[in-house]
Design a protein around this ligand. Structure first.
Ligand code: T5A
Length: 208
């Protein structure tokens, strides 16, 4: 049986994660692989219910600590109900965001990166992806893509100030520098088809 693999796509708002996840899934299916497409927050019934709590409502609906705990709880359910069963049957699981988003978004303020990793150890035994593809795009370009799609409609977290999103981008870049074996930074500029080829190149060594 082919070994299942767990691949995550990360990056800021509008970098093209959802677009690339669909394209990557299609490319892997064309190679005969069983592929599961999923996302965070969400990806299981329980986690999707938590997603609605996290992304709607006023900016101060949750404290920083409550927000981090909700993401960790959603992730625990997602891993247990969706990711692990799919990997166990030999599927490739592609997730639009995962732990590194919590580290970048929730681990740069009231809580540290170490705190987020502790929550992940408690919630999910510290389970990590086989490879994380970090889509990088200059700030203006990413904002332009997101605005072209959504106008001014932003969710609870996406709508935070640009300083916050800059700190998120810096944190992601740091993960790629410090954890280079797992986290590969991919240039997300240019036509979507070209970006997909870059992503395929970055997982070539994992393919059967
Ligand atoms: N969050 C999430 C946390 O704070 N902590 C966590 O632990 C987790 C898991 C989730 C929010 O939750 C936060 C982060 C987020 O704020 P979401 O609704 O899931 O929010 O949305 P995002 O993950 O932010 O993703 P977006 O939908 O904003 O953007 P994507 O998926 O990166 O981009 P995509 O593919 O939708 O593309 C955006 C637009 O650009 C076009 C697309 O057609 C689309 O219109 N596009 C391109 N245009 C030109 N060239 C290309 N190459 C293009 N690729 C895509």
């Amino acid at each position: 049986m082919i070994a299942g693999r767990f691949i995550t796509l990360e990056g800021g708002e509008g970098a093209g994660k959802s677009t690339q996840l669909r394209a990557l899934a299609a490319a892997l299916r064309a190679r005969g692989l069983d592929v599961v497409e999923t996302r965070e927050p969400g990806g299981s019934d329980g986690a999707e219910a938590i997603r609605a709590l996290l992304l709607t409502g006023g900016a101060d609906r949750w404290s920083a600590r409550a927000e981090a705990l909700l993401f960790a709880a959603a992730r625990a359910d997602h891993i247990e109900k969706t990711i692990r069963p799919a990997l166990a049957r030999g599927a490739w699981v592609l997730s639009d965001r995962f732990l590194d988003s919590s580290r970048a978004y929730q681990g740069q303020g009231a809580l540290t990166d170490a705190d987020i990793l502790t929550l992940h150890r408690i919630g999910s035994d510290g389970f990590l992806p086989d490879r994380t593809l970090l889509l990088t795009l200059p700030e203006g370009e990413a904002t332009g893509r997101a605005k072209a799609r959504d106008g001014d409609a932003e969710d609870r977290i996406g709508g935070r100030a640009s300083d916050f999103h800059r700190a998120v981008a810096d944190a992601f870049s740091r993960f790629a520098l410090e954890e280079g074996a797992r986290v590969h930074a991919i240039d997300a500029s240019g036509p979507a088809e070209i970006v997909t080829l870059r992503l395929l190149d970055a997982i070539e060594d994992l393919l059967p």
